[in-house]
Ligand binder design. Structure first.
Ligand SMILES: *Cc1c(COP(=O)(O)O)cnc(C)c1O
Length: 372
């Protein structure tokens, strides 16, 4: 992490949107790798290498594997839901924000029965209610939970949800798209059944790849359930990638090059150290925001390391704030739907530096009516 890059590359934007994140130079230059045919041995080797590394970052052991999809994070969440929930089964959706709601929307699109446990946005999960819902309805075969609810920055307790679900013989589908790489989530450690993630958030790869990690036996088991879709049928991708060692369809090869490099960096750093790095940035950012009199949405113990939702300050609109910061090299992110009127979001993911955070706070202070 060098600060001289800031001065050497004035066109560098500080991305404070929660993915795609600022990437390491090694990741970005890997995108310019050689032209390649995806049906040749060199792509098979690249794909297998990437799948193995993904399984490791997902906390898998020799019982687990991963299927890599060319698509954004939602493709992995959709593939997991559409493939794992059997006919006659159902999905208990733990909804405390935009991405929890998305579970219910995907289930509806596939004609999967869903019971939506609506908590209200930015409200911690009610584990007793989760248990009651499972007891009340034995046909809810799966539980869908978002690890980091990116609409608010709230971290949900996936391990606790998994314990409850398993105690009642149910499987858990985790949307770990915005958490994997920087928060604790583990196939072997937490017993997560289906983990959906993407390359371009806390794993610091380029956008374009997503993945589902699970037990090999679980992927094998998909062969007995009827297909709901074609392109996002996980069993099709599993058979292609695991047995034929070739992708089912043309993959985003440059994104694979970048992901291969990003996974090396993620594995070398380790999720704990990355968590600490993001936390240090977030601590600095949050202290600075509070010094400026800005209100942060969640209490400290509920916040993920990589995201901070902040109330839009008095006397300035979001659009003006965005424009003013963009002109100085910072990209901030609006909040969604019911939080959009009052809040905006700042990510501390990716190769952001403490100097970036300090300069952001300076520029922000210059834009606030209360500071001038
Ligand atoms: C970013 C994100 C997704 C996926 O969004 P895409 O636009 O498809 O990449 C899914 N879930 C969560 C929690 C996310 O933060």
């Amino acid at each position: 992490m060098s600060n001289d890059r800031d001065t050497a590359a004035p066109q560098r934007l500080v991305l404070m949107n929660p993915g795609p994140v600022i990437t390491d130079d090694r990741v970005r230059s890997a995108l310019a790798g050689p032209d390649m045919c995806h049906r040749e041995p060199e792509f098979s080797a690249l794909m297998t290498r990437v799948r193995d590394k993904v399984t490791r970052v997902a906390g898998g052991d020799e019982r687990h594997t991963s299927v890599v999809l060319t698509g954004s994070g939602t493709s992995a969440v959709e593939a997991a839901i559409g493939s794992a929930v059997p006919d006659g089964g159902g999905l208990l959706v733990l909804d405390n924000g935009h991405y929890g709601e998305r579970f219910a929307h995907i289930a509806a699109a596939y004609g999967i029965r869903a019971h939506r446990l609506e908590h209200g946005w930015a409200t911690p999960l009610d584990l007793a209610a989760v248990e009651r819902a499972l007891v009340a309805d034995p046909a809810l075969t799966h539980v869908g939970v978002v690890h980091q609810e990116t609409s608010s920055g709230m971290l949900n307790d996936v391990a606790a949800v998994t314990r409850i679900a398993h105690a009642h013989g149910r499987e858990v589908i985790v949307d770990a798209v915005s958490s994997i790489g920087a928060e604790r989530v583990s196939l072997a450690g937490d017993g997560v059944d289906w983990l959906a993630g993407s390359a371009n958030k806390c794993l610091e790869g380029a956008p374009g790849l997503a993945f589902v990690s699970a037990a090999k036996a679980a992927f094998e088991g998909l062969g007995t359930t009827p297909k709901r879709g074609y392109y996002l049928d996980l069993h099709r991708h599993y058979l292609a990638q695991e047995k034929a060692v070739a992708p089912a369809f043309t993959p985003g090869i440059p994104a694979y090059y970048a992901f291969d490099a990003a996974l090396d960096l993620a594995l070398a750093e380790g999720w704990e150290a990355r968590h600490e790095r993001y936390t240090a940035l977030a601590r600095r950012l949050r202290a600075g925001l509070e010094e400026l009199g800005l209100e942060i949405l969640l209490p400290p113990e509920q916040r993920a390391a990589g995201l901070t939702a902040v109330r839009i300050p008095e006397g300035i609109g979001y659009a003006e704030l965005h424009r003013g910061l963009r002109a100085q090299g910072f990209v901030i992110y609006s909040a969604q739907e019911r939080l959009a009127r009052d809040f905006f979001r700042l990510s501390t993911m990716g190769r952001m530096t403490q100097a970036d955070v300090d300069r952001f706070l300076e520029v922000l202070a210059g834009l606030l009516p209360s500071q001038n």
